[in-house]
Design a protein around this ligand. Sequence first.
Ligand SMILES: C[S@@+](CC[C@H](N)C(=O)[O-])C[C@H]1O[C@@H](n2cnc3c(N)ncnc32)[C@H](O)[C@@H]1O
Length: 365
Amino acid sequence: MNLVEVVEGRTRLIVPQEEKLTKKNPVFYNPEMELSRDISIAVARILKPREFCDLLAGSGARGVRVAKEADIPTTMNDLNPGAVELMRKNCRLNGVECRITRLDANQLLANERFEFIDIDPFGPPGRFIDSALHSLKNKGILAVTATDTSALCGTYPKACRRKYDSVPLRTDYYNELGLRILIGFVARNALRHEFGIQPLFSHCTRHYFRTYLRVVRGGHRVNDTLKNLNFIQHCFSCLWRDYRGINELSQKCHCGGRLETAGPLWSGEFADKEFCHSLEEELMNSEFNRGSDAVKLSSLIGPEQNIVLPYYNIHKIFKKMRKPATPMPDIMRHLAEKGFDAERTHFSGLGLRTNAKISEIIEII
Ligand SMILES: C[S@@+](CC[C@H](N)C(=O)[O-])C[C@H]1O[C@@H](n2cnc3c(N)ncnc32)[C@H](O)[C@@H]1O
């Protein structure tokens, strides 16, 4: 395996030169995930858990950084012996002592309890979620990555049903539905463990989704979680959409078009506004290579939570109206003048979040 040294944050890392996994190159390191790791370090610094478990640690890029840059006792685990060797090297290189295990992830979680568990798998996280919830302490944090975006976003609907027990829909806001299906899946699993969930921060970046959730025992949080598990109905004729409970689903839109349904999914806030604010401050004062991208992300995601209904793609609306597009700031100003909320979204540069109905947006345009 050819190795190179890279620097992320304040941490030096020895990683495989090749990104592609082969027999000769058996350990995984993806430089594109640096942004995700930068955010993890900031989250760990804010929350200061007593212990951090990097469940599928690979070269140890995330775990070593948490130990060094957030000063949190860290366990790193990976079944791959090559990965374990690299984790050891990276600990030595940075002068940090982490606990390193080479167990099947579910076996580690079956026998130990953690306050923060990070799940960063190849593809879907499904097969680790139940054990992670079994292992997590009350008020603990579960961080989950999913890279199988084509399943979650509706390109392969059967794969989504199989892996997430949910029906996706290829709408113009498909990536938001993907993230909501992922959170909904974790929430439904959490309920079986008598946990409710509180999303602290979630984002969709290029080829992956990532969510940080606090799991909390108690009737109040459990009931809140249940309330936020719903379906979405969408009309491809008039672009109307809304969340619906299972008993409120209908077949026909008020425009006469047919309503399509996706879900179950998470219909609540996918981040906590106050937490986004703390995250932004932490990221602004950081030494991260991808710090400014991360700040941009959290500064968009906080205000997005004012409107839980999925975003509108404004080009879709103009196309439907057969009109040339007006700049987004003008539309947002007109909506605000009429008393509606209007926000941008991190999901798309063409995305508009508003509490105005599609008919009201069209009228305003
Ligand atoms: C996407 S990589 C992790 C990347 C790493 N978190 C990072 O930031 O660089 C997934 C890792 O999970 C490990 N893995 C897959 N299945 C496992 C299992 N059942 N138990 C433990 N490790 C496993 C693989 O060896 C691989 O290193």
